[in-house]
Design a protein around this ligand. Sequence first.
Ligand SMILES: [Mg+2]
Length: 232
Amino acid sequence: MEHGEILTTLEDIVTDCGAELIIFDLDNTLLQYRSTQPYQAVDKFVIELIMKRDSFSEEQAKNILERIKEENQNDNPNNPPDISLGIKKRYGLSTDEYFAETWGKFDPGDFADKNESLVTALRNLNKKGVQMAVLTNAPRIWAQNVLSWLGTADMFEGKLWSGAHKEELRKPDPQAFKQICDHYKISPEKMLAVGDSFGNDLLPAEKLGAWTLIVTQNARAYEADYWMPTLR
Ligand SMILES: [Mg+2]
């Protein structure tokens, strides 16, 4: 097979490389966004949280949010301010409590369309005994809701690794992938990493000797072993 060759389906790719374990990214991989992404919609739920906790009007809550944004500018000015820091401090919330009040309230259907051909492909791979796991830096509660919404919760029960907490192993650390290979006692050479970000989802796996599949509509990406514009 040539580098970057397009194969028709996920099943074809797995057959081609002989992978026994697939590690999927979640956002923009298993779930393909239409345009707006959840982090861009978080303000709405943060405003509701402030209104509820402080018994504030919407106007007052918006002002508080603006102040929190100013006080929590990201070190990298291209990234949005870290609202969660300010909110957690103000209300004494744990990270999981903050996620439950924000990401936990998102409806995946507001952001993405269902992909039935992907679900069929996953079911077929599951039947063949191919191990499948999800590794994401997104909050666990969001990942669980997405997997349920897709209709794949049963297949990924106990197979979700979330690195949303800073103290957890998270991408792009190759060890985040290695811990999953170790869990299934499958060597990285028999693993296929699938994701939309080469640097985060694929390069760390490649360093371990794994196969890589990039999912992107933008351009044909030759740095991965396989390419698909959308999973099916
Ligand atoms: Mg992604």
